[in-house]
Design a protein around this ligand. Structure first.
Ligand SMILES: C[S@@+](CC[C@H](N)C(=O)[O-])C[C@H]1O[C@@H](n2cnc3c(N)ncnc32)[C@H](O)[C@@H]1O
Length: 265
């Protein structure tokens, strides 16, 4: 079943005003490409965040054995369930920054722009490929190199978990209602990482102090990381004197290893 987005919007009775991140992708060629960018897993379980009227959900259900779609809007969640719910499509009504997420082989989503960061910080540690449409400026931050203004927690976390690339930019006219900014399709290919939340906690904390040296950023955020202040001095001096915005993910790894006490420094 391939269903025109505008027809789905009419049937769902939605009149999105954009205030709740409800910009629906109505360009069916872009939708087809978004789905095509995702790897075809064997059978496979796909997770979609923000199902809207199901324009992407319909395509994902054709391609994968099972779909879990999370939607925060009560009316839309009910529509998705009526339209697609069944053995192979499970609709979860809830906030994707909070609800339990299932294991998945791949995630394909047009993310709600105001919650893109917290959602990605939840998806990346799953270690599965992701294809997401986000604000273009957000995509540029995800792939930013150390040293520039765009480089931050999002860039470090992205590089820690995955290789990311911008596949195409999408103009406002592809959406209804059109957002004010351009969008971009981002793909994340996961790579092996030692999974632990400590690294993520340190990165989150020190980027609240991005203009400070790592030494001061770590000392000022012990309430967030729960490290002992004296452990800061286990980190090599050459790292302590850098600013977080100039540190590579490898530098962050050396620093967190030293803070954990299992470093070869
Ligand atoms: C950009 S629209 C995408 C809709 C549709 N999948 C498409 O491609 O056109 C984002 C959707 O995410 C939903 N949403 C917003 N915040 C959310 C959250 N925190 N958790 C789950 N869904 C959310 C909105 O209600 C909206 O349906």
């Amino acid at each position: 079943m391939k269903t025109e987005t505008r027809e789905l919007m009419r049937r769902a009775g939605v009149r999105p005003d954009g205030s709740t991140d409800q910009h629906f992708l109505v360009d069916d060629r872009v939708l087809d490409r978004v789905v095509g960018y995702a790897p075809q897993t064997d059978g496979g379980h796909v997770l979609e965040i923000g199902g809207g009227v199901g324009n992407l959900t319909a395509r994902l259900a054709e391609r994968y054995d099972s779909v879990t779609v999370v939607e925060v809007d009560h009316e839309l969640a009910r529509f998705l369930n009526d339209e697609f719910g069944g053995e192979s499509v499970e609709v979860v009504h809830g906030d994707a920054t909070e609800v339990d997420l299932p294991d998945f082989d791949v995630s394909v989503s047009n993310l709600p722009y105001s919650a893109s960061s917290p959602i990605l910080f939840r998806l990346l540690p799953h270690g599965a490929p992701l294809v997401v449409t986000v604000q273009k400026e957000f995509a540029e931050r995800a792939v930013a190199e150390p040293g520039g203004d765009d480089y931050g927690r999002l860039s470090v976390t992205t590089r820690r978990y995955a290789d990311a690339e911008i596949l195409e930019t999408v103009p406002p006219s592809a959406f209804s209602p059109p957002p004010e900014v351009e969008s971009a399709v981002l793909r994340f290919e996961p790579h092996e990482v030692r999974g632990d939340g400590f690294f993520d906690d340190i990165v989150r904390a020190v980027f609240t102090q991005r203009r400070k040296t790592l030494r001061n950023a770590l000392r000022n955020t012990t309430h967030m990381t729960e490290i002992d202040e004296e452990d800061v001095y286990n980190v090599p001096e050459e790292l302590l004197s850098k600013r977080p915005g100039k540190m590579t993910p490898e530098g962050f790894e050396r620093a967190t290893d030293a803070l954990r006490g299992d470093a070869e420094v």
